[in-house]
Design a protein around this ligand. Structure first.
Ligand code: HEM
Length: 250
């Protein structure tokens, strides 16, 4: 609420002519809408902030952790990703034009999302009775759709389904899934799918690029593999990584 109040005071004092052109600014504009029908309530303003904070923070945290984990084990892919990052950004900070060119990194992120989806299932409620194959689903039944089970189904992905092979995604998601949308949906499906998808992958690419520019990393022998779901998919005992600085003076 401190940030909200600060922006409101700036507008009232004439120090700013809008609440800001970011997402919070849009929420504040709706909160102050003079039209009662469009106005956002205080409860909704706070609710939206909480949703975006949780939905945006824990999930990307999970994706970045598991990506570092797989690259710590697969040194060859770590090296390929680093070569690409250095070729595109050198040692400069990642920039928007370069982010779109990170092909190898996109393949690595998709393969990590397949094996370690931050959200392992999505939920839906049946609106009205519907026939689904041989099943009749009554209205109001809650459904849990486990994307993780489909991401690791050998009928869809082959006998090497449990192996980390980013080359599956060399021809993009449609190539990897042979246009079967139900084979890969880490961000959900349909009109209620994740609104933060592009933001999430961009954020992950920026962070990963900066890590790869500075460090080589391997998995510590102390690591114990035990992924578990507490809302998001987490490493139960953390991920212990050994970092080696690439800049000897650092
Ligand atoms: C790797 C990161 C992320 C993953 C794997 C992820 C995954 C998902 C999934 C599976 C859903 C449910 C979709 C459905 O029911 O079909 C969802 C919904 C949502 N996500 Fe994400 N998400 C991520 C990052 C983010 C970020 C960064 C934001 C915001 C900045 C965000 C905001 C939301 C919101 C607001 C919803 C609810 C959408 C709705 O119900 O209309 N997510 N996300």
């Amino acid at each position: 609420m401190k940030i909200v109040k600060k922006r409101e005071v700036e507008v009232v004092n004439g120090e700013a002519d809008s609440f800001g052109n970011d997402f919070l600014g849009l929420l504040l504009k709706a909160f102050h809408d003079s039209d009662e029908k469009n106005k956002l309530s205080l409860e909704d303003l706070v609710g939206e902030c909480k949703t975006f904070y949780f939905a945006g923070h824990e999930t990307v945290n999970s994706l970045l952790s598991w990506t570092v984990f797989v690259l710590a084990i697969h040194g060859d892919w770590q090296e390929k990703a680093r070569r690409e990052v250095i070729q595109i950004f050198g040692n400069q900070n990642p920039h928007p034009e370069g982010i779109g060119k990170l092909k190898t990194m996109t393949m690595i992120i998709n393969e990590t999302l397949r094996l370690y989806s931050p959200l392992t299932s999505i939920v839906r409620q049946v609106g009205r009775e519907v026939q689904l194959g041989k099943l009749v689903l009554p209205a109001n039944v809650d459904l849990l759709v486990p994307n993780m089970a489909l991401h690791r189904d050998p009928h869809l992905w082959g006998d090497d389904v449990h192996l980390f092979k980013p080359e599956r995604f060399a021809e993009g998601i449609s190539g990897a899934t042979k246009f079967n949308a139900a084979a890969f949906f880490p961000f959900g499906l349909g009109p209620r799918s994740c609104v933060g998808m592009t933001f999430a992958t961009t954020e992950t690419k920026i962070a990963l690029s900066m890590i790869l520019q500075c460090y080589k990393f391997t998995l510590s022998p102390a690591y114990v593999h035990s992924p578990m779901t507490i809302l998001t998919l987490r490493p139960q005992h953390g991920i212990q990584i050994i970092l080696e600085s690439l800049h000897k003076d650092a």
